[in-house]
Design a protein around this ligand. Structure first.
Ligand code: P5A
Length: 449
């Protein structure tokens, strides 16, 4: 993309309404625009990151055999009356009436709808196990929408639902989700720690939240510092193996790590003092096993091997896709702006032309731009007629992990500058080497799916 032709409405001033850094930077970098309290338009740069995050989520879901589908945002109230949640859900649910006076709602989650799909089309244990998921907008009429996309009213969620014959199989699905979430967040450059949590309006007492540690997080968390040494990394796991998934689950959840809802001070005090941590965290996902809470009242049953009809065991599993942008920025920024991890960056590398209009500089930039694209990369070329300082400030603000700076002085020696956004380290090298370097850096990212 050439910046002169892009739509990147950056703000010079700090927006007053933003209380936390991610909200401020998303507004300043022209990523989002608020349309009503907790409701945002996704401007091109924000939309690009949102799509990258969605892509990672899709790839990691499908890696473990989960099947994508798409359910609507509007749902019939009757489904929710069947489960009993229409009255229970309270004011967070946005209720709508259509012209025929039928009650609808803007879905805050989809347990009822997926259970309806299941009961209409699946009748035998032979069709199990089954996990279906989608990435779809949700609406929760939060009392206090705040912090930009972190606590929106309209927000994008990946929600998945498993259907199993037995509790044991459903707990395997739970563990498999935990494994796949660990990998998903790591690909986004995040450490998200599974912590024992509370079932809330979704239900069940077997549930973990995934938290990214950040001072601005809304949840208070208590954990054993050893847990932050755990990495999932590039392990190869057989996702159908109960034992392998169980082992990962135990490794990542056996140390003390709880949100304030389930915190137990007596247990916590048993940790050596130097390992006790009290901090704040951003909840970027949650997994639940709730057994037959929905299948029983809604009649989602299958014929079991012995011929009897039994309600299926279910769980649901959510990732806060739009919230993740805020969480990543909270975890990765400096005073100049965002620092995107390579896995989610909107553009892989920025090209800064220090002397727009100078023939040799322009053509060197054009050649770099073309070669990077030929390598399957997505560069942003700042071809505007602006001062170098302004170009650097924009690149720093929008947070591309790498920048190639091209000017007549360097080109006289066949050199450009390659700068790392995070460390600030700069190296001079021939343009071809810069392309090769960037291609090598992104090779694992482009092949991670
Ligand atoms: C699991 C999937 C559920 O809704 N039903 C389907 C279950 N879980 S949850 O924990 O309530 O939500 C899943 C994730 O969605 C994000 N989230 C939000 N993001 C932005 N703004 C909000 N108001 C909001 N509410 C929830 C969180 O990341 C949460 O973990």
């Amino acid at each position: 993309m050439r910046l002169s032709r892009y739509f990147l409405p950056v703000l010079k001033e700090d927006p007053k309404e933003a209380q936390i850094v991610s909200h401020r930077l998303m507004l300043r970098a022209g990523m989002i625009r608020q349309q009503a309290a907790g409701i945002y338009s996704w401007l091109p740069l924000g939309y690009k990151v949102l799509r990258r995050i969605e892509q990672i989520v899709h790839e990691e879901q499908q890696r473990v055999g989960h099947i994508p589908l798409l359910m609507p945002t509007l749902q019939s109230a009757d489904l929710w009356r069947e489960s009993g949640r229409y009255d229970d859900y309270g004011e967070e649910m946005l209720r709508i009436r259509d012209r025929h006076k039928r009650d609808l709602l803007y879905g805050p989650t989809n347990e009822e709808m997926i259970t309806d799909i299941f009961r209409s089309h699946v009748g035998s244990y032979k069709d199990l196990p089954l996990t279906l998921y989608h990435i779809q907008w949700k609406f929760r009429d939060e009392i206090r929408p705040r912090f930009g996309v972190m606590r929106g009213r309209e927000f994008l969620m990946k929600d998945g639902y498993n259907f199993d014959l037995t509790k044991e199989d459903a707990l395997h699905a739970y563990n498999r989700h935990l494994v796949s979430y660990l990998r998903t967040y790591e690909r986004m450059g995040l450490q998200a720690i599974p912590m024992r949590a509370d079932g809330g309006p979704i239900g069940g007492d077997h549930t973990h939240e995934f938290l990214v540690l950040a001072e601005t997080g809304e949840s208070e968390v208590y954990y054993d510092s050893e847990i932050t040494d755990l990495k999932f990394g590039n392990r190869r796991i057989d996702h159908d193996s109960h034992a392998e998934c169980q082992a990962v689950m135990e490794e990542f959840t056996s140390r003390y790590a709880r949100t304030d809802e389930t915190h137990d001070e007596t247990l916590f005090q048993q940790l050596p003092e130097d390992r006790r941590r009290v901090a704040r965290g951003i909840e970027v996902g949650q997994i639940f096993y709730f057994g037959t809470k929905y299948s029983e009242p809604m009649g989602a049953t299958v014929v079991a091997p012995d011929g009897s009809r039994v309600p299926v065991h279910m769980g649901s599993h959510g990732i806060g896709v739009s919230r993740l942008l805020g969480a990543i920025i909270e975890a990765s920024h400096d005073e100049r702006g965002i620092i995107w991890p390579e896995g989610v960056t909107p553009f892989h590398v920025g090209i800064v032309n220090l002397k727009q209009g100078d023939n040799s500089t322009d053509s060197a930039c054009e050649a770099l731009y073309a070669e990077l694209r030929a390598q399957g990369l997505d560069p942003l070329y700042d071809d505007r007629d602006e001062r170098a300082g302004a170009k650097f400030a924009t690149m720093d603000l929008i947070g591309l992990p790498w920048r190639i700076t091209v000017g007549p002085r360097g080109l006289a020696n066949n050199k450009v500058e390659l700068t790392n956004r995070r460390s600030g380290e700069t190296e001079e090298l021939p343009p071809n080497d810069a392309v090769a370097r960037i291609a090598a850096i992104y090779e694992p990212v482009l092949n991670a799916g």
